[in-house]
Ligand binder design. Structure first.
Ligand code: UT7
Length: 333
């Protein structure tokens, strides 16, 4: 079906879901040689929520239901489903198709997964927005859902504390009001830096064997220092790029929602952008890094707690494996 081309694409509803089970830094310190003090000081993380059997699609369905409710729409209103994840339920079919079926969304619409690691939600917003600007899709679900805990090597103290599970979802809708909603988006990638964050085995390059499992090659591997350096530089650059693109100044930003990877990265980026800490949304202490779900979880919480008002500029900025990066500027309707 074709609709009139929209003047804007707005976020009509947000929702999030995190599993109930909490793993504390002290719990982790019982397995590897670390401490709550070290983890908190180096990363800002105290706890993470961990799924006890719920898959990426199970969590996605819960966050999507919450987003639909907030948007005052039902599953039958949805014309497009994009799920971003590095932990799909299975290699195929896509998690988006599983979510479509679980939510009872009709079957003559596109449903697909998008993988851009921690930048997934920002990529997903750009893809959904571009498709919706064609006038073919009125309401889209962009859902980011990650079950990361099982891909962490529980005996690797340099990675096992960083990540947690959860899901965040956005309902994007066409609007007749011009100049509001998602007003700018910049994306990028550097495929020369694939080695700094990856899972080596389990794909077509190195299919799973008894040996790959024995060698722990199905677990996430990361060069933390290298990512840290790149993240600070890239997030600052991309935030400035999207502000430039939209003719908005950093001082006009009401809320910065950065990917929740490390409190030191977040604070350094905010400082370089001269955005004061009270205008930066941070929840890493409670959830750790939930990859692509981190920004939509934070955005959903920020809305619920009344931190976003009509006319506010909200800036999302993310980076992740690939490397990938992106920034989105929203003028709240
Ligand atoms: O979404 C993107 C995903 N990834 C990231 O964003 C990661 C970005 N990087 C980071 O967040 C930080 O690099 C970490 C939090 C992972 C690590 O912090 P760091 O300040 O870069 O520590 P480091 O790797 O430079 O290690 C410092 C020391 C080392 O000991 P030596 O070599 O100085 O003796 C590590 O062996 O800390 C040691 N160490 C630990 N000590 C206690 C590493 N992990 C731990 C630990 N507990 N868990």
């Amino acid at each position: 079906m074709e609709f009139a081309k929209p003047n804007s694409i707005i976020i009509k509803g947000m929702g999030y879901y995190v599993p109930e089970k909490v793993v504390t830094n002290d719990d982790i310190a019982q397995i590897v040689d670390t401490s709550d003090a070290w983890i908190y000081e180096r990363s800002g993380i105290r706890r993470r929520h961990v799924s006890e059997g719920e898959s990426a699609s199970d969590m996605a369905v819960k966050s999507a239901r919450a987003a639909l409710e907030e948007a005052n729409l039902s599953a039958s209103d949805i014309d497009l489903v994009i799920v971003t994840t590095v932990t799909p339920d299975m290699m195929f079919p896509s998690t988006a198709c599983l979510v479509q079926a679980k939510l009872g969304i009709r079957n003559n619409i596109p449903c697909f997964d998008l993988e851009a690691a921690c930048t997934g939600f920002v990529y997903g917003m750009e893809v959904a927005t571009s498709m919706m600007q064609s006038g073919k899709y009125k309401n889209a679900l962009v859902i980011s859902s990650e079950r990361l805990y099982p891909i962490l090597n529980p005996t690797d103290r340099s990675t096992c504390f960083l990540f947690g599970d959860g899901s965040g979802a956005a309902v994007l809708s066409c609007s007749d009001e011009p100049g509001v909603g998602i007003i700018g988006n910049v994306l990028g990638a550097d495929g020369a830096a694939t080695a700094v964050l990856k899972i080596p085995a389990g794909g077509s390059l190195m299919p799973t064997t008894e040996q790959t499992v024995k060698d722990g090659l199905h677990y996430l591997q990361m060069d933390g220092r290298e990512i840290f350096k790149n993240a600070v530089r890239i997030m600052q650059e991309k935030a400035l790029d999207v502000l430039d693109l939209c003719g908005v100044k950093a001082e006009d930003i009401s809320l910065l929602i950065p990917h929740q990877a490390n409190i030191r990265i977040i604070e350094t980026v905010a400082k370089r952008l001269k955005i004061p800490s009270q205008k930066v949304y941070v929840n890493i202490e409670e959830y750790g890094n939930t990859s692509s779900a981190s920004i939509p979880i934070a955005l959903s919480q920020a809305l619920k707690s009344g931190r976003i008002h009509s006319g506010d500029y909200v800036l999302l900025v993310a980076f992740g494996a690939g490397l990938t990066w992106g920034a989105t500027l929203i003028k709240w309707q």
